[in-house]
Design a protein around this ligand. Structure first.
Ligand code: HEM
Length: 136
């Protein structure tokens, strides 16, 4: 039962980060559609990657708390490697969030080419964070 409880936050973390990556790629593809098709799009979809990224950050912070308390109970502090990886992930997440914000603004104002570039930059940041996330 305890094992299951500890898996749930990791599961939400990985699902929301994969969802954010998928939604980012989808937005990049959608904003390349012709203007006529774009008019049928609801502008709120451009914010979906950011919402999922917010869930990734919150569950990430919860995971750090869980790892920290478990390490304290076991009497073995977390390694420098752990804090290095977590710090890099926070930086990558914040820069991905910045790119996502720029991209959704550009898409809402019809500057689709600039939006596309920002979504690609955000997707690259997210994939780097996922890569280093696996080494924790
Ligand atoms: C774009 C951002 C992020 C991505 C793509 C990402 C991805 C991942 C992946 C793929 C794992 C591996 C799960 C596993 O192997 O069990 C993971 C685990 C983890 N992530 Fe993230 N993450 C991100 C942001 C964050 C942030 C901002 C934090 C902390 C503030 C964080 C904290 C953690 C922790 C502590 C684990 C280890 C869980 C465990 O094994 O106990 N992540 N993340």
């Amino acid at each position: 039962m305890e094992k299951l409880l500890s898996i749930i936050p990791i599961w939400i973390h990985v699902l929301s980060m994969a969802g954010s990556f998928g939604a980012t790629v989808l937005c990049a593809v959608l904003c390349r559609l012709t203007p006529a098709e774009m008019e049928n799009q609801n502008n709120s979809i451009w914010s979906i990657p950011q919402m999922l990224l917010g869930a990734t950050l919150l569950t990430g912070l919860a995971l750090v708390y869980l790892r920290f308390t478990a390490a304290m109970h076991a009497g073995s502090p977390l390694s420098g490697h752990f804090w290095g990886i977590v710090g890099s992930k926070v930086i990558l997440l914040l820069s991905a969030g910045g790119f996502l914000g720029i991209a959704s603004n550009k898409a809402k104002t019809g500057n689709n080419m600039a939006a596309f570039r920002s979504w690609v930059a955000a997707a690259i940041n997210l994939s780097l964070a996922a890569f280093i996330g696996l080494s924790l």
